[in-house]
Design a protein around this ligand. Structure first.
Ligand code: PMP
Length: 417
C-alpha cells in the first residue's frame, strides 16, 4: 500500500494485527493466555527489522566511530551518522548537527539543565514547569535550581488534566529563564498546546525544553513548526532499542552551551593548561557512544514512518475512545485524565481496589498494564490518588486487546469488587 494512502487514515485493526506479527515478543503466552501488551507508554516492543538490523550490524559493521582509519570504523561511522540524519528528518530539524545522541529523554533533560542551566540561571531566576511533568522533567531542574539559586514555578492543571493556559501569562515573568513542558503527558495522556506555549514563552524571551518522550512515537513532530528550543525523547518508546535517546537543540544554543561531560571525542585540543572543545553535537557526546543504538533507532523510525504517524495516532486514539466508552460502563471506575486532546493512554482508579491488585489480576490473564505513580507523583497528588492503573496503546494493539482488557477488569470486579 502506498505510504500516503495509509497515512491519510487510521491504521485498521486488520493492519494492526498484521503489524503485531512483526513483533516477536508479542507472539507468546503469559500465564497461559495470549499476551496482551498494553504498556507501550512505559516501553514499546521491537519489530523484527530493528532486531535483525542490530544483529547484522554487530555481525558485519561493528567498530568504534569517528576514530579508526579502517573499513569497519568507516562503516560504523557511516551508520552512526546516517542515523543522526534520519533523526533530524524524523523531527524536521534544520540540521543534523542539532541532534545529540544521549541515553534517553532523562539524560537529554539533565544535559540541558546542567549545561544550559548552570551557565544561564542565577539567584531568583525562575524555571517554569507544569504540574503534569514526569520526574525526569522536574528533578534535573530542581538540582540546577539548588546549585544556582533559581526557583521552580508550576503551571497548574484542571480536573480534566489540561494545562491552565490562562495562568501561563501571569507565571511567565522577567525572571523566567526556561519553560519545561511535556508534549504528551505519560500519566494523563493529555496532548499539550505546545505551539501556543512556545509562542508565549518566546514573547517573554524564554526558551522552551519539550519532553517529547510520549509524543515522538505517536505524533508527527516538527521542531521547526513548533519553534521549541530543545526537544527530548527516548528510542525505546519508539519501537527502537533502549539506551539510546535524542536531544534536539537549536544550533546557536548548543554551540553556546558548555560541555556536559568531559572525555574523548568532545575535544579539539587538550593540554594540561587548557582544553578546547569540539562543536555540537560532538561536544556533548563524550566517550564511546552507544553505537548500535542509533542504528536500531534509524530502522525503528523507518518502520514507523512507513506506517505513518498520523495513521498511528488515529488508530491509538480509536482504541482509546473504544476503551474509554467500555470502561465507563464499569461501576466504580474513575478516569484520571479526561482532556479533549488525548493520546492513547488510559489512566484510572477503581474505587476501593489498589492498582497493584488490578495489575496482578490482569497479569494472571496475560494482560500487561502499568500500575503505580508513573514517575509523576505531583499528578497523583493533584488528583489525590497514590497510584493509578494505566493501559497504553501502541501501533500493534487492536480492539480485541481492548476487549480482553475490559473482560479482565470485569474479572477484577468479580474477585475484588
Ligand atoms: N518523560 C516522559 C513523559 C516519559 O513518559 C518518560 C518515560 N516514562 C520519560 C520522560 C523518561 O524517559 P527515559 O526513562 O526513557 O529517559
Amino acid at each position: 500500500m502506498a505510504e500516503e494512502e495509509i497515512a491519510s487514515r487510521a491504521v485498521t485493526d486488520a493492519e494492526a494485527t498484521r503489524f503485531q506479527r512483526d513483533f516477536p515478543c508479542l507472539q507468546q503466552e503469559a500465564h497461559g493466555s495470549p499476551l496482551v501488551y498494553l504498556d507501550s507508554a512505559a516501553t514499546s516492543q521491537k519489530p523484527q527489522p530493528v532486531i535483525d538490523t542490530i544483529k547484522r550490524f554487530y555481525e558485519t559493521s561493528y567498530s568504534n566511530v569517528h576514530r579508526g582509519a579502517h573499513l569497519l570504523s568507516e562503516r560504523a561511522t557511516d551508520a552512526y551518522e546516517g542515523a543522526r540524519s534520519r533523526v533530524a528528518r524524523y523531527i524536521n530539524a534544520a540540521d543534523s548537527r542539532e541532534i545529540v545522541f544521549v541515553r534517553g529523554a532523562t539524560e537529554a533533560i539533565n544535559l540541558v539543565a546542567a549545561s544550559y542551566g548552570r551557565a544561564n540561571f542565577g539567584p531568583g531566576d525562575e524555571i517554569l514547569l507544569t504540574e503534569m511533568e514526569h520526574h525526569s522533567n522536574i528533578v534535573p531542574w530542581q538540582l540546577v535550581a539548588e546549585q544556582t539559586g533559581a526557583e521552580l514555578k508550576v503551571v497548574p492543571i484542571t480536573d480534566d488534566g489540561e494545562l491552565m493556559m490562562e495562568r501561563v501569562d501571569e507565571l511567565l515573568g522577567e525572571r523566567t529563564k526556561m519553560v519545561g513542558v511535556a508534549h504528551v503527558s505519560n500519566a494523563l495522556g493529555t496532548v499539550n498546546p505546545l505551539k501556543v506555549l512556545v509562542e508565549k514563552a518566546h514573547a517573554n524571551g524564554t526558551p522552551v525544553m519539550v519532553d517529547g518522550c510520549q509524543a515522538a512515537p505517536r505524533l508527527a513532530v516538527d521542531v521547526q513548526e513548533l519553534g521549541c528550543d530543545f526537544y527530548a525523547f527516548s528510542g525505546h518508546k519508539l519501537y527502537g532499542p533502549s539506551g539510546i535517546g535524542v536531544l534536539y537543540g537549536r544550533q546557536d544554543l548548543l554551540e553556546a552551551m558548555p560541555p556536559y561531560q568531559g572525555g574523548g571525542e568532545m575535544i579539539r585540543r587538550v593540554t594540561f593548561d587548557h582544553t578546547t572543545y569540539a562543536g555540537a553535537p560532538a561536544k556533548f557526546e563524550a566517550g564511546t557512544p552507544n553505537i548500535a543504538g542509533p542504528v536500531g533507532l534509524h530502522v525503528a523510525m523507518d518502520y514507523v514512518a512507513d506506517i505513518g504517524l498520523e495513521a498511528i495516532f488515529a488508530h491509538e486514539r480509536d482504541l482509546l475512545d473504544y476503551a474509554t466508552e467500555a470502561i465507563q460502563q464499569i461501576d466504580g471506575v474513575r478516569l484520571i485524565g479526561t482532556a479533549d486532546d488525548k493520546a492513547g493512554i488510559l489512566s484510572f482508579v477503581f474505587e476501593g481496589v489498589h492498582p497493584h491488585d488490578i495489575g496482578t489480576i490482569l497479569d494472571n490473564q496475560g494482560i500487561a498494564v502499568r500500575t503505580g505513580h508513573h514517575c509523576a507523583q505531583p499528578v497523583m497528588d493533584r488528583f489525590q490518588v497514590s497510584a493509578t492503573t494505566r493501559a497504553s496503546f501502541g501501533l500493534y494493539n487492536t480492539r480485541e486487546d481492548v476487549d480482553a482488557f475490559i473482560k479482565g477488569l470485569h474479572e477484577v470486579k468479580a474477585i475484588l469488587g
